[in-house]
Design a binder for this molecule. Sequence first.
Ligand code: NAD
Length: 333
Amino acid sequence: MALLVTGVAGFIGSSVAAALLARGEQVIGIDNLNEYYDPALKRARLERLGAAHGNAFTFEKVDFADQEALEAFAAPHRFDRIIHLGAQAGVRYSLVNPQAYVRSNLMGQINMLELARHREVEHFVYASSSSVYGGNESLPFRVEDRVDHPISIYAVTKKADELMGESYAHLYRLPMTGLRFFTVYGPWGRPDMAMWIFTKSLYEGTPLQIFNGGDMRRDFTYIDDIVRGVLSCVDGPPNDDGKRKAGGSKSPHAIYNIGNHRSEELMRMVSLLEQATGKTAAFNFQPIQPGDVKDTYADITAIQRDHGFEPSTTIDVGIPRFVEWFKQYHHID
Ligand code: NAD
């Protein structure tokens, strides 16, 4: 039986779909190919999937915030698991266009949950975010921590997604796993994220905008580790009594952090980019941006315990791989 992957033209969705296809699964993918960032990159990701896997991969352009459109798409298709990775991503844009987040991340999530419940899928796996930890100051962030201080509308919608998931798991015994990803990077990454923007600036010879004087730390997580983490949850038994504890839930709903479990200084990321590109950065220092969290650091005990997940790629290895891909994608010699 096929898996339905939403946001399949996105960074993480296309990478997860590629891994599923590589191991012989049938993947039905949907995405609305919106213009939050260059749709040509989204199309290139889709071409890569279609070219490599032919009939095993089906794509349809669908807006899952539109319930009628979603139902019309789903009617002829059969799938037993859903990996819901489509969303309006990005913290800063949620201060500019909060409505886009409410639409895709709240209306979209409820539409996907309704679909999952009517189809009685075996497992609904969805993306949350480290941003739900918001103003939490005790590091590392643990899934058991209270998360009731979101500092952006993006974080609000991700926390609400978890609450909706909890309610559907409880009401309909829908097996459910929510994944709080930590700053994902790597080949086929996102042009709105710092690593891409810095690499572009280095090649263009323009100053890097550095917030909070560079005094920020991120748990940078390489895409291959994220993909392995997602697949380990998709493959594992959705939930049993032991696993319900992960997110403090009594319903068949687990929530995990997926991070690298290392909190790296932003400026170390910059110096690795300088090494990999062979360029020297100029800087334009700015105050911390509204909505931005100063530090992130994932405690991954829960997913280690329940799914044997271990991240394996440090930024010393992952950043040169990203830069190599970036050069190929942009035809930089
Ligand atoms: P992405 O923007 O590359 O992918 C999301 C995809 O969803 C896009 O291709 C977009 O076109 C699609 N989409 C958005 N709204 C849609 C709608 N209404 N209908 C259909 N498709 C829609 O982002 P990503 O980095 O791949 O993120 C995947 C998921 O992981 C998202 O839920 C994101 O919030 C979450 N996340 C990502 C990171 C990260 O560092 N990349 C960190 C934490 C959480």
